[in-house]
Every structure is written in C-alpha cells, then in structure tokens.
Design a protein around this ligand. Sequence first.
Ligand SMILES: N[C@@H](CCC(=O)N[C@@H](CS)C(=O)NCC(=O)O)C(=O)O
Length: 211
Amino acid sequence: MLRLYHILPRADHPGSHNALKVAVLLRELGLEFELIDVDPATALRPADAPLRALNPNGLTPILDDDGFVLWESAAILQYLCDSRGPTPLLPLESRHRAVVLQWLTWEASTLIPALMALYMARLGGGDDAAAAARVGFLLGLLEQRMSGRDWVADVYSIADIALGASAPALLPLGVDFAPYPALRRWLQALRQRPAWQDAIFMSDLRAGGLI
Ligand SMILES: N[C@@H](CCC(=O)N[C@@H](CS)C(=O)NCC(=O)O)C(=O)O
C-alpha cells in the first residue's frame, strides 16, 4: 500500500507544493495511493509530533511504500520512477536522464531558496528588491529555456512536475507572470493533463489569474 502524507490547501496554509509533485506523479503512473491530509500545526511542527517519527524534519511529503518510508520530494519522484518504471518521466539513457535531474536539482537547490528568500523578505516587511530581482532572474532563465519547447527536458518528465508544482507558489508572493509568456503557456498545458485535473491542484493558478 502506498501512502502519501500531504498538506492540502487550507485557510491557514497554502498547501504543500512539494507533496503536490508526488501526488501528480502517482497519478501519472496510474498508481493507487492513500492521500493523508495532515494539519501541520499538530502533526508536523511540535517536536513530539507523531509524523516526526517518519520524517524528523517535520515536513511533507512523506511516502510510505509498504513500510519503506521516504522523504524529500526529489528523492521520492526518482524512487517512484525507478521502482515502478521504466517510464519516460525519468529516462534511463544517461544524457536524457541527466538533463531531467539537472532541472529537478535546479528547482530544489536554486529556485526554491530564491522563493524562500523572497518570502522571508516580504514577511520581514523590509527591502525585498534584491530577493525579487533574484526571482526575476531565475524566472527569466526558465522562460528562456521554455521558449519554443513544450517541456523542460526533451519529453514530459518529473522536471516538469517539480517545476510546474512549485513555480505557481510564487503567485501568492505577488510575482507577476506577465513577462513570461512561455512559462504561462507551459503551466497551462500542464494543468490540461488528467493527472493535474483536480480542483485542489488547479487552485493556485486560478488564484494567480493564470487560468
Ligand atoms: N526539501 C523538501 C521540502 C519540504 C517542505 O518544505 N515541505 C513543506 C510544504 S511544501 C512542509 O511540509 N511544511 C510544513 C509546515 O508548513 O509546517 C522536499 O522537497 O520535500
């Protein structure tokens, strides 16, 4: 039995875009899974919260595959493709695979820290110009990549799933996607896929006026 611990969007939380990646991949792979919606205030944040036994970081997603427990969304995406594949979502050929992993890693190690820096700057109420400029630079880079192509790598992959789930998390921070037409087209195309066709998954783009 596959279990995914997720935070669905709620009044006091925008929802876990990292768990959203896993939910979309599970659907893309056609796998049955139990989605467990957790309240972070009680299930994750307290030092003695019950889910800390599964993920000591107190974060989602957490995957439980018949007792094999894994956290970190990028590792979970790779594990599911490798254990349930082969799948074009994570190619086996080394160069195609490397490009997918390049963008998957870029999402986690470059885009998300910039997003978090902007979030912290906005929260602090101080000067957020440098953080906003960094986000603008990275979105410009992704826009350049997506111009004239359908998917981040050669074919639809877990790089699209990861970036497509997290880029819209910039919308509630007031980031304007108007200067990024290729990104908007790609995000809209992602949301046309059956695996993404869920009101919960769509709400972020609706709120940002992108669809
Ligand atoms: N690097 C981790 C980050 C996980 C993460 O930050 N999860 C957030 C939701 S996107 C979370 O669970 N937050 C708990 C909280 O808000 O208390 C991953 O990719 O899985």
